[in-house]
Design a protein around this ligand. Structure first.
Ligand SMILES: Cc1ncc(COP(=O)(O)O)c(C=O)c1O
Length: 355
């Protein structure tokens, strides 16, 4: 039976990525070696690493003055790497969920942290607005897409301080005005590659202003100066990332991808709003186009387990909500075909008929 992979991460990858990755496991770039065993210093892999970083710059229209690096440690490592490199005295953070609050916790190890606003009291179902960011902050950090709660800031804030964003779950889902940012980071395992590599886009001018010593591996400059090859990088995830990036280019780039994403999300949200059994959990104006969170309507609460079983029997994978919120979450990352979203909607309609 056809499986529809709605997992939140690691998550669906394009067929193009998976086919080319599988072929390279057998024979990488005509070397007669597997991508799993090839030297990261081989000219064939250096070319992959360079092309992937160049394609990221091209697809996201990264201006001069920025560098793109592939790092280890997941997005969670960036929670400490950002303040290590950028926080001198005080930083401002927006608390929009578990990942944002994990980032806040790490930043507190390095200096004063001003949490400008939080939606914790409402279980992070909305994005706080109308907050002010102190102009003497070293930077303002926000999570552009809250994977667990299905809320998203689909815009690039205008502020007078340096801007840092965790874009782990919505990078490449829309065009971004990179020039507004100083650091953007993203774990690869949603819109890019299998788990194991983290992408960082860094404005080089933002570095070098902190007084502390920075451990070599946690210093962005270490990786920038060595073209993202200071130590052994995660070779296979980077190869897979390049395939995804080539596929994005073939599709027509991130503006085209955004249109597709908006259409897919609208199909599912329309059904959630129409179907009497379900309701959305995120504030309508803050709804994510990547992670669609919903629950059974109050009078049908007891049907939650039954719908989970019904949907998995129909081939839906990974729609159970995060353990901290319950209900359902359908992740509609870039590689998710519209036909899978339509299959989920058809399953919801069928379930409604039974009740
Ligand atoms: C928005 C966001 N930030 C950070 C993380 C943590 O990423 P990692 O597991 O790569 O450390 C996740 C994981 O799902 C996430 O969704």
């Amino acid at each position: 039976m056809k499986k529809h992979n709605f997992s939140a991460g690691p998550s669906i990858l394009s067929e193009y990525t998976i086919k080319n990755a599988a072929a390279a496991v057998e024979n990488f770039a005509g070397t007669g070696l597997s991508i799993l065993e090839v030297s990261h210093r081989s000219k064939e892999f250096v070319a992959v690493n360079d092309e992937a970083r160049a394609l990221i710059k091209e697809l996201l229209d990264v201006p001069a003055g920025y560098e793109v690096v592939f790092l280890g440690g997941g997005a969670s490592m960036q929670f400490c790497m950002v303040p290590f490199n950028l926080l001198n005295k005080k930083a401002s953070y927006l608390d929009t969920g578990t990942w944002a609050s994990n980032a806040i916790k790490e930043a507190k190890l390095f200096g004063e942290v001003d949490v400008v606003a939080s939606s914790k009291e409402a279980n992070y179902t909305y994005i706080p607005k109308g907050y002010t960011v102190a102009e003497d902050s070293d930077y303002f950090h926000f999570t552009s897409n809250n994977t667990i709660y299905g809320t998203e800031m689909r815009y690039d804030p205008d502020l007078n301080v340096r801007l840092v964003s965790d874009m782990s779950s919505d990078i490449f889902s829309r065009p971004i005005d990179i020039s507004k940012y100083d650091v953007i980071y993203a774990g690869a395992q949603k819109n890019l590659a299998p788990a194991g590599v983290t992408l960082a886009i860094v404005r080089t001018e933002a570095l070098g202003h902190v007084d502390r010593a920075i451990p070599t591996m946690l210093n962005y400059n270490t990786h920038i100066k060595k073209d993202s090859m200071f130590n052994t990088p995660p070779v296979f995830p980077i190869f897979a990332a390049l395939q995804t990036l080539k596929w994005y280019k073939e599709l027509g780039g991130v503006a085209v991808i955004e249109k597709m994403n908006l259409e897919k999300a609208a199909i599912l949200y329309d059904e959630i709003d129409r179907n009497r059994l379900f309701k959305g959990t995120a504030a309508v104006e803050d709804r994510s186009i990547m992670n669609v969170c919903f629950v059974m309507n109050d009078e049908y609460k007891e049907l939650e387990d039954e719908f989970n079983k019904f949907a998995s029997a129909a081939g839906m994978v990974g729609i159970k909500g995060h353990r901290s919120v319950g209900g359902f979450r359908a992740s509609l990352y870039n590689a998710m075909p519209k036909s899978s979203v339509e299959a989920l909607v058809a399953t919801m309609k069928e379930f409604e008929k039974l009740h």
